[in-house]
Design a protein around this ligand. Structure first.
Ligand SMILES: Nc1ncnc2c1ncn2[C@@H]1O[C@H](COP(=O)(O)OP(=O)(O)OP(=O)(O)O)[C@@H](O)[C@H]1O
Length: 268
């Protein structure tokens, strides 16, 4: 059995010594596509930052692609599209150059890009529908287009695990649909997706499992929209096919989430 993409065991994550997410246990198997949802300030970004080594793990454990968080030797194996960021307006770089930065961890001998690297950059830009803007300065792109550049930057590394924080925020409907198509392809190719989102609609065909964060606790883990996740071994109970990933209920018997719709529109 390969290691899970993510294995959190009683993880408490925060900043300094302040705990924000508490006692989170979660297994994400390789190839899964998971939505992380919850109201503003519930701790979704903090949870992701804990996975990326950008927030402190104050208790429990967090393993990413089989290694304790922060110990991955090849950083290109995990891609990240951060929340809200656009590319700095003052940056004179072109789309190709910014996306090329995403490829840096994958460069081989002497750190020089070869044909495969150039192709990966071009494919990533094409995937987000910006092929005709490849040599334009990013500063000349709209905010939504710059978000798509950041998605391409993450894709260019061909990560095994792709973490995205609200990738559809501020992106128009056509671009959201295009992003869903890209993520479906990336997912079909075996990349594990973990996507923080307030709008599961555009990505509902891709993200099959939902994890809800409420006041720093994981309160739901189950199907996003009826289609259940593939049951498989869990890092906490590797001999069992189906186990309770979050206190007291099972993936095949998800806790009803009557507030999921409210969580989605952030009205809690
Ligand atoms: N760098 C930080 N230092 C200290 N506290 C922080 C930091 N970043 C976030 N927090 C706090 O952590 C809590 C959770 O924030 P987080 O950004 O994880 O929520 P979220 O669920 O992603 O919210 P949103 O949907 O608004 O993006 C908030 O109370 C926030 O003020």
């Amino acid at each position: 059995m390969s290691d899970p993409a993510l294995c959190l065991t009683g993880a408490t994550v925060g900043y300094g010594d302040v705990a924000i997410v508490r006692d989170a246990s979660l297994t994400v198997r390789r190839g899964e596509a998971v939505a992380v949802i919850g109201s503003n300030g519930s701790g979704k970004t903090t949870l992701m930052r804990g996975v990326l080594g950008l927030a402190a793990v104050l208790g429990g454990s967090v393993e990413v692609l089989g290694a304790p968080v922060g110990r991955l030797r090849e950083h290109g194996r995990v891609g990240y599209v951060p929340q809200r960021h656009t590319v700095s307006g003052a940056m004179p770089a072109t789309v190709r150059e910014v996306v090329g930065v995403g490829r840096l961890p994958r460069l081989g001998l002497f750190g020089r890009p070869v044909a495969r690297d150039r192709a990966a950059v071009a494919e990533a830009v094409d995937a987000v529908g910006l092929a005709d803007r490849l040599d334009d300065p990013v500063a000349s792109l709209s905010g939504g287009q710059q978000r798509r550049v950041l998605v391409a930057r993450a894709l260019a590394a061909e990560p095994e695990l792709l973490v995205m924080d609200e990738p559809t925020a501020g992106v128009d409907a056509a671009s959201q649909a295009a992003l869903a198509t890209v993520l479906a392809q990336v997912s079909a190719a075996g990349t594990t997706l973990v996507v923080v989102t307030h709008e599961t609609g555009p990505l509902a065909g891709v993200l099959r499992r939902a994890v809800v964060v409420d006041s720093g606790r994981l309160t739901y883990d189950g199907p996003l929209s009826g289609a259940g996740p593939a049951a498989g071994p869990d890092c906490h109970h590797p001999d069992e096919a189906t186990v309770p990933p979050v206190r007291g209920y099972r993936l095949d018997q998800p806790r009803p989430a009557p507030d999921a719709a409210r969580v989605r529109d952030g009205s809690r």
